[in-house]
Ligand binder design. Structure first.
Ligand code: FAD
Length: 256
């Protein structure tokens, strides 16, 4: 699903009784003063988390991600792991649903930190690093354009308990994880569902927040750890040959 569609669906579900104010929050203390509950759903660099959980700044993994869309049919649907890099290719959400829909490819690549002032130069570096190894990747690299490419780093949150007094953390604010299991947004939605259910079921906010933490803290941290392990395995440099042999061995045990 395209993220823009998901955000639109969620925004349409917000009841009219909710008061919405769009501004950047610089200080969370005034928000807490009159509130029964302050919910920090403010992402990986959460101000709510950094304000209430000292020493909880996000960690930079020293990697660069390039991702975007390309106007071609996906040359394959796969994730390729090299020695210290990966490239993923998937169909663009919505493309190919009917004959009228445009074809399209969603792609992402991860490599050791390398940033330049221009996306075109970042793409040139990517082509030099991963080009000439697999035909589908070369086809993709021929179609990617700077205007439809995002370049950023990877950050994750340190382990924190998601509740402190009347403040709760949700989504990336609570457990920003490496993207390698594709589960960050999923866990954010599951958190929201669990918090809503806890507030409905319990008498009083402290009991509801304890129930929320019991439901989500361990499972969210498990996804965070699993994602970090998957990132390390996918981005291995020196051990990549042994990793590939081990995975080939495991694959040979299963059905073709
Ligand atoms: C490369 C990459 C690939 C990914 N792939 C997947 C995937 O395939 N599947 C998946 O499930 N997840 C994926 N994720 C993870 C997913 O993007 C996040 O987990 C998800 O967006 C977290 O949602 P959130 O609402 O908690 O935080 P965010 O989406 O970061 O939203 C936080 C919001 O808070 C606002 N905000 C922050 N600070 C303030 C402030 N001070 N004042 C006011 N507003 C503020 C921000 O503007 C933003 O709107 C990926 C992430 C990356 C980096």
């Amino acid at each position: 699903m395209a993220r823009s569609d998901l955000v639109r669906i969620l925004q349409q579900a917000v009841p009219g009784t909710v008061r919405i104010s769009r501004r950047r929050v610089e200080d969370v203390r005034p928000l807490r003063e009159d509130a029964d509950l302050l919910l920090g759903a403010d992402g990986v660099h959460s101000l709510v988390r950094r304000s209430g959980w000292p020493g909880s700044a996000a960690r930079n993994h020293g990697l660069t991600v390039l991702r975007g869309t390309a106007d071609i049919d996906p040359p394959e649907v796969a994730e390729t792991w090299g020695g210290g890099w990966l490239v993923g290719i998937t169909p663009l959400a919505g493309s190919g649903r009917d004959d009228a829909g445009p074809a399209g490819t969603n792609w992402f690549a991860c490599l050791p930190e390398h940033r330049t002032p221009s996306v075109a130069e970042d793409l040139a570096h990517l082509r030099a690093l991963v080009g000439g190894r697999r035909a589908p990747i070369d086809e993709l690299l021929g179609a990617v354009r700077a205007e439809t490419t995002l370049v950023h780093g990877i950050h994750s949150a340190p382990p924190v308990h998601p509740v402190r007094q009347n403040v709760a953390l949700l989504g990336d604010a609570a457990h920003a994880m490496a993207p390698n299991l594709g589960h960050g947004a999923n866990t954010a939605l599951e958190d929201a569902d669990a918090l809503a259910a806890s507030l409905r079921d319990r008498s009083g906010i402290p009991a509801a927040l304890r129930a929320y933490a019991r439901r989500r803290a361990a499972v969210d941290q498990a996804w965070r750890l699993g994602s970090a392990l998957m990132m390390r395995m996918a981005m291995m440099r020196s051990g990549a040959g042994a990793r590939d042999r081990a995975l080939r061995g495991i694959a040979s045990l299963g059905p073709r």
